[in-house]
Ligand binder design. Structure first.
Ligand code: NAI
Length: 261
């Protein structure tokens, strides 16, 4: 059956591969991105998010079967939390009514292996409290300390996103209305986001030390797209609240065989 999907970050990398796969399988995709998309909007700002929601509702006649939020940046800046956290949650909130019109509504977001890395607990708390002013203040202070502290904006945005998924998945508005909500956490994926870093031997060594991938190494974006497409398909009726590491074994290599204590 043809379904209507909203895919953010559709102009590049994982979002682009996901849009292409969905279209190949006969579905309708409303792509959202800064440029080169059906809906062009800046998800880092409140007016941009409102515009995205309004334009998606118009394009979909207010009925959506699946939402896949892949738009994101990895800059060591406060802007990263605005895009990666509020650019996801505000859009999902704004489109929840249209999703509820579907017989089999599904949502998935793109977190990261970085959700397991060192982060700022204070920033994660501000994000989970939905306090964007405070989060941007903390993020800007981290940014001013330099790129290492600034990168905590990225790790914190992904930790908060994975925790948001876990918390919200069982709420009445999602589990209670039959909507599975999940995150995928890729290892290193060959997209424009990682291109510059992987060009040099030094960059590759650094990335592979932080994210070791014994199974098949770095992945193409379509690998992540296939999991996102399954998670948001009618076949997924009971997987919810999860962050699924799709990382060539990085999580198992880093956290070991007992994560249940
Ligand atoms: P990419 O840079 O190829 O694509 C990201 C897309 O998001 C771009 O088309 C960009 O225009 C869009 N975007 C950025 N800021 C936006 C804004 N303010 N409003 C609307 N759209 C905006 O990156 P990639 O690799 O495809 O990343 C997709 C997601 O996957 C991100 O959330 C990233 O954090 C995550 N990820 C990527 C990994 C990798 O190794 N490439 C690893 C783990 C997670």
């Amino acid at each position: 059956m043809t379904r209507t999907y909203v895919v953010t970050g559709s102009a590049s990398g994982i979002g682009k591969a996901t849009s292409e796969l969905l279209r190949e399988r006969g579905h309708r995709v409303i792509g959202v991105d800064l440029r080169n998309a059906d809906v062009e909007a800046d998800l880092s700002t409140t007016p941009g998010r409102e515009r995205a929601v309004a334009d998606v509702l118009t394009a979909s006649d207010s009925k959506i079967d699946g939402i896949i939020a892949a738009a994101g940046i990895a800059a060591p800046k406060a802007l990263t939390v605005a895009v990666n956290f509020f650019g996801v949650t505000a859009l999902l909130d704004g489109l929840a009514g249209a999703l509820a019109q579907s017989d089999s509504p599904r949502m998935a977001v793109v977190s990261s292996m970085a959700s397991l890395q060192e982060n700022s607990a204070e920033l994660v708390d501000a994000l989970l409290a939905g306090d964007e002013d405070l989060a941007l203040k903390i993020g800007t202070a981290l940014e001013a300390e330099g790129s290492e502290a600034g990168f905590l904006n990225y790790t914190s945005s992904k930790r908060a996103l994975s925790r948001w998924v876990r918390r919200e998945s069982i709420a009445p508005r999602y589990a209670g209305t039959g909507i599975p909500v999940n995150a995928v956490a890729p290892g290193t994926v060959l997209t424009p986001m990682t291109r510059d870093l992987l060009v040099s031997e030094e960059g590759r060594t650094m990335v592979d030390a932080a994210v070791p991938m014994p199974l098949n190494g770095h992945s193409d974006p379509v690998v992540i797209a296939r999991l996102l497409v399954w998670l948001t398909s009618e076949e997924n009726t009971h997987v919810t609240g999860q962050t699924i590491y799709i990382d060539g074994g990085a999580d198992a290599a880093l956290r070991g065989d007992d994560i249940w204590n």
